[in-house]
Write a protein that binds this ligand. Structure first.
Ligand code: SF4
Length: 78
């Protein structure tokens, strides 16, 4: 069975929430090591969509989200 992203409203809400937190805390970007750790967790996760580099739980593009210091994995993996 193929994995699907959440509907457009849930994805929009997840994205807006993450961007709001990110901007509110000064748009803090992760350091390289943190990003690398998050990225390696995502690419080995069953919920990662390899074709689009998105998370099937939140619908976010993980190359962007994983760089936001305030962002959190929806499954608590990072
Ligand atoms: S954010 Fe979490 S649930 Fe989504 S792909 Fe990454 S590790 Fe998996």
């Amino acid at each position: 069975m193929s994995k699907k992203t959440p509907n457009i409203f849930k994805m929009a809400w997840a994205f807006i929430s993450e961007v709001f937190k990110f901007v509110k805390t000064g748009a803090d970007i992760t350091d390289r090591a943190t990003f690398a750790k998050r990225w390696s967790t995502c690419i080995t996760c069953d919920d990662f969509l390899h074709k689009s580099s998105r998370c099937s739980k939140c619908g976010c593009f993980m190359k962007v989200k994983a760089k936001m210091n305030t962002a959190q994995c929806p499954k608590g993996k990072w």
